[in-house]
Design a protein around this ligand. Structure first.
Ligand code: SF4
Length: 335
């Protein structure tokens, strides 16, 4: 804690920046977050420095903090349910439940918020139409929660404004889904279409806006994420043809990439839509990230059976990360 406080103060002093952001994948898991945020609020308010918050678990504490550092009328509340049904969330071990979302929304609506962003993924392993249509259902339930929580006379001419966004799932190395097949572009777009129709059929559809991510960029990401050395040639050739700054939509030349794969005689779908055999040797197996392949395989099989894994803060699941002797699992003499 003292180290973080010192780093924050030094960074602000030495850079002169007017905003500090806290970012991590799961900031709410940091046990001293309230103390750190309260410290920053005090310091930053005095110096008129903005604080940008990480995505927090929505509870009384986070709403209190958010109301101190954000303009409630302008800012939105963000939830990442990732999937439309609890079954699908169990597959990806996402602890957030529908009740959590509705409870968090309820508290936030009482606190004056009326904008909600919901993030989902399409194309997760084992996904069904029910999971896809569940996205519209959740968005609608959040709208209903607003109307039930905030009576008409207290809305002051405002109403609920929900943005549901979907990105396409890209399996990554060193995760239980490194064996998983990725959807094709056509499947992705079909799913985005179903999601859109599902939202359109909701009672509160006019309060829900739907955005989805580019499928071509996701496919490229999927190829490179689980690529091997044969891609070197493709990357070099595509670069020479002007494929630079691909992460910026206006510079991304998907057709040039595909043409280059063809010239090199490489099938891009080998890297994306193919389910890997359990005993396949991966290009990244030469690296040791601590977490063992056997653990990831066990988690992959559990995911296919819709079995969520428990929180390893409560009981170690033997993932192997402790072999590096650092991190959560070695705190308090655990693992
Ligand atoms: S406690 Fe550590 S070793 Fe055990 S499952 Fe969690 S991260 Fe892995």
């Amino acid at each position: 804690m003292d180290h973080l406080k010192e780093l924050a103060l030094e960074a602000l002093k030495n850079t002169g920046y007017e905003e500090i952001s806290l970012s991590s994948l799961s900031s709410s898991d940091y046990s001293k977050l309230p103390e750190l945020i309260n410290f920053l609020i005090k310091h930053c308010n005095e110096k008129k420095i903005n604080i940008s918050l990480p995505s927090l678990r929505i509870d009384a504490f986070s709403l209190d903090v958010m109301s101190k550092v954000q303009d409630v009328k302008k800012s939105s509340l963000t939830f990442a349910p990732e999937a439309g049904t609890q079954r699908m969330r169990n597959v990806i071990n996402k602890g957030l439940t529908e009740e959590d979302i509705l409870r968090g929304s309820h508290e936030a609506f009482l606190g004056g918020w009326n904008k909600v962003k919901l993030y989902f993924m399409l194309g997760l392993p084992t996904e069904t139409d029910e999971d896809i249509l569940g996205i519209g259902d959740i968005a609608n339930k959040v709208a209903v929660e607003y109307f039930e929580t905030v009576p008409k006379e207290k809305r002051n001419g405002r109403t609920i404004d929900i943005v549901a966004s979907t990105s396409f799932f890209v399996p990554k190395p060193f995760t239980p889904f490194q064996w998983a097949p990725m959807n094709t572009k056509e499947e992705f777009l079909d799913k985005a279409n179903k999601t859109r129709k599902g939202i359109m059929s909701q009672l509160n559809q006019k309060h829900i806006k739907y955005n989805w991510h580019e499928a071509d960029a996701s496919m490229m990401e999927g190829i490179l994420a689980r690529g091997d050395r044969r891609l070197n040639e493709v990357i070099l050739k595509a670069y020479k043809k002007g494929c630079i700054y691909d992460a910026w939509g206006e510079y991304f030349k998907f057709d040039t990439w595909m043409e280059t794969f063809e010239e090199c005689g490489i099938d891009p779908f080998f890297y994306t839509t193919r389910e890997r055999a359990e005993d396949e040797i991966f290009p990244w197996d030469i690296l040791n990230c601590g977490v063992s392949k056997s653990f990831l395989l066990r988690e992959w099989k559990n995911a296919l059976e819709n079995k969520p894994s428990s929180n390893c803060r409560l009981s170690c699941l033997g993932c192997g990360a402790a072999s590096y002797g650092v991190g959560v699992c070695t705190e308090n003499g655990k693992a």
